[in-house]
Design a protein around this ligand. Structure first.
Ligand SMILES: C[S@@+](CC[C@H](N)C(=O)[O-])C[C@H]1O[C@@H](n2cnc3c(N)ncnc32)[C@H](O)[C@@H]1O
Length: 350
């Protein structure tokens, strides 16, 4: 399915789910027309968490986890929820970051945005804003968000690399990625995988755990973790698979325990790596002296005063690399021509 087609299917499905809640019913992740609770979305939030939320925000919950319970959110921080639906996680985040912080919800479905804004009005919270847009093209500036949360949405995207690159872009250096998502662990035959994913509600497809980690690393994230929060058994999907003409007993060994809701976390590094890139881009064409000056001033700009802060718990290799950098940076500021610094092509100093 092409990406635009996929988005139209997702929009239609969640538009109907939102209207169902507006009409007084519960929503369901498996099937927007099915009756209330399902094994993926039910019993995710504690009563203490939802007691103060509008009933419609709770009824519209279509996530597969509870990212705000697992993420560290501090007063004054800016949180962004990718695919915010009826707004439950945005409202919970707003409470955690307090009046000096802000919680954004981003969603592409008009009906969901209308429901979320109505829920915000009922909850009476001011530090919340729901934005219309796509998670593949986040309508916020670079480095403007402390924490990205999301609840069972990234699996719906046909361009997950783009989503992760956008998440990385809008996070501040040191910012946290803390999402609940459906993840596959191990190999599952394509056809069976599609059926189980439809049961879970993923139109585009969940990532295999290794793939998820690799994509996060490629986007630039570090400290990546994938923690299962709910593992699905073949038995849970038996009726759904039978309705699709799939023999649940025959496929059980291939699906049992392989699909899970997981908490996926990662961090945007504090350093920018600008000096390394400035050098490696310029290396083939620029004469050595100019290359050195360019690399050195880029290093100085990138490093700024941050490198003067002691980092006692870093690994020894990181510490010594930093010490060398600090020396290089002071050389940039002082008497450059007397010192010679050789940069390796991989970005390290020698
Ligand atoms: C499974 S629901 C989850 C809603 C919410 N996070 C929750 O926990 O209740 C998916 C939501 O993501 C939105 N969505 C899906 N794909 C999107 C995309 N590419 N860009 C923006 N929103 C998207 C849908 O409109 C829908 O509201």
């Amino acid at each position: 399915m092409a990406n635009d087609e996929l988005k139209a299917v997702v929009r239609d499905k969640y538009g109907k789910a939102a209207l169902k809640v507006t009409g007084g019913a519960g929503a369901s992740c498996c099937d927007a027309t099915a009756p209330a609770a399902d094994p993926i979305t039910s019993n995710i939030y504690g009563c203490g968490e939802t007691a103060e939320l509008p009933a419609e925000a709770v009824a519209a919950s279509l996530g597969c986890g509870n990212p705000t319970a697992l993420a560290q959110l501090n007063p004054g921080e800016v949180v962004l929820d990718l695919g915010s639906g009826g707004g439950i996680d945005v409202l919970l985040s707003a409470r955690r970051v307090g009046p000096t912080g802000k919680a954004y919800g981003l969603d592409m479905t008009d009906e969901m945005l209308a429901l979320a804004r109505e829920n915000q009005r009922k909850a009476g919270v001011a530090n919340v804003e729901f934005l219309k847009g796509e998670i593949e093209s986040i309508p916020l500036p670079d480095a403007s968000v402390d924490v990205i949360i999301s609840n069972c949405v990234i699996n719906l995207s046909g361009d997950k690399d783009r989503v992760l690159a956008e998440a990385f872009r809008v996070l501040k250096p040191g910012g946290r990625f803390a999402v609940s998502d459906v993840v596959v662990r191990g190999e599952v035959p394509q056809e069976i995988r599609r059926n189980v994913e439809h049961w879970i509600g993923c139109v585009a497809g969940a990532l295999e755990e290794r793939e998820y980690r690799d994509k996060l690393a490629t986007a630039g994230f570090e400290s990546i973790g994938v923690e299962p929060t709910r593992v699905y058994r073949a038995e849970d999907a038996r009726q759904f698979l039978a309705d699709k003409g799939v023999d649940a007993d025959a496929v059980a060994p291939q699906v049992d325990g392989k699909f899970m809701s997981a908490f996926v976390r990662a961090k945007k590094p504090r350093r920018r790596g600008l000096a390394w890139r400035a050098y490696s881009f310029s290396a083939p064409t620029i004469p050595p002296a100019a290359r050195w000056r360019r690399g050195c001033s880029a290093a100085w700009r990138a490093i700024g005063s941050r490198w003067r802060v002691p980092a006692p718990r870093r690994a020894a290799s990181t510490r010594s690399r930093r010490a060398r950098w600090r020396r290089s940076a002071s050389t940039c500021a002082g008497t450059p021509r007397k010192r010679s610094i050789a940069f390796s092509a991989s970005g390290g100093t020698t």
